[in-house]
Design a protein around this ligand. Structure first.
Ligand code: 13P
Length: 248
């Protein structure tokens, strides 16, 4: 099927120049598996700095953006600005944007459309809360979130990575088991096959995110429908190298 493994490090609102230098120096030492695509999600204010020191083979992502190119939107950044400082990616629809900042499927879809039209690649995040999982609604929720993205993505699936991040696993140390993650990834791929196309279902990369560590990455990476990770806390630590190399 040839889906290139893709590992994202989502730094969230962490890091200062000293810590960033340490992280990047550690990644330069690696060694990183050259068959794996690596993308770092950087706080907006450090995007240009990271871009100026990171090796060419590591992608740089913003963690959010607004849905138009410019204008009176105090505090926001646009895909055009992200591209202008040399970054190629944006993470959209992260559960922290959804829950803390109240972003709904519709707004996320508008952002995805504009980001893709502007030439950015998008890591689009979906995932159920603990309450939804315990209520047996996991599939309903992730299908609804994915359905909202379909018209937004249009024919640009090649520039999209989906990140399945169960909210109950984010920052909790409670990783989904490989079986739990594989089950959702496989049913998402089936849904995409039926509702978008079999070709896109077989080529789209689906990352798992939620308490991924150097210790559990290999077992998760061995699942057939897990095509990478979106890593929070551990992406700030030296073990991120082991996570990148989890398929070796
Ligand atoms: P943790 O790896 O810290 O659980 O965070 C996952 C995440 O939200 C990545 O986007």
């Amino acid at each position: 099927m040839g889906r290139k493994f893709v590992v994202g490090g989502n730094w969230k609102m962490n890091g200062d120049k000293n810590q960033i230098n340490e992280i990047i120096n550690n990644l330069k030492k690696g060694p990183l598996d050259p068959n794996v695509e690596v993308v770092l999600g950087i706080p907006a204010i450090y995007l240009a700095y990271v871009k100026s020191i990171v090796p060419e083979n590591i992608g740089v992502a913003a963690q959010n953006c607004w849905k138009v190119a410019k204008g009176a939107f105090t505090g926001e950044i646009s895909p055009a600005m992200i591209k202008d400082v040399g970054a190629d990616w944006v993470i959209l629809g992260h559960s922290e944007r959804r829950t803390i900042f109240g972003e709904k499927d519709d707004l996320i879809a508008e952002k995805v459309t504009h980001a893709l039209e502007s030439g950015l690649k998008v890591i689009a995040c979906i995932g159920e809360t603990l309450e939804e999982r315990e209520g047996g609604k996991t599939e309903e929720v992730v299908f609804r979130q994915t359905k909202a993205l379909v018209p937004a993505i249009g024919d640009k699936w090649a520039n999209v990575v989906l990140a399945y991040e169960p909210v109950w696993a984010i920052g909790t140390g409670k990783t989904a088991s490989p079986q739990q993650a594989q089950e959702v990834h496989a049913s998402l791929r089936n849904w995409i096959s039926s509702n978008v196309s079999p070709d896109i279902a077989s080529t789209v990369r689906i990352q798992y995110g939620g308490s991924v560590t150097g210790a559990n990455a290999k077992e998760l990476a061995a699942c057939p429908d897990i095509d990478g990770f979106l890593v929070g806390g551990a992406s700030l630590k030296p073990e991120f190298v082991d996570i990148v190399n989890a398929t070796k």
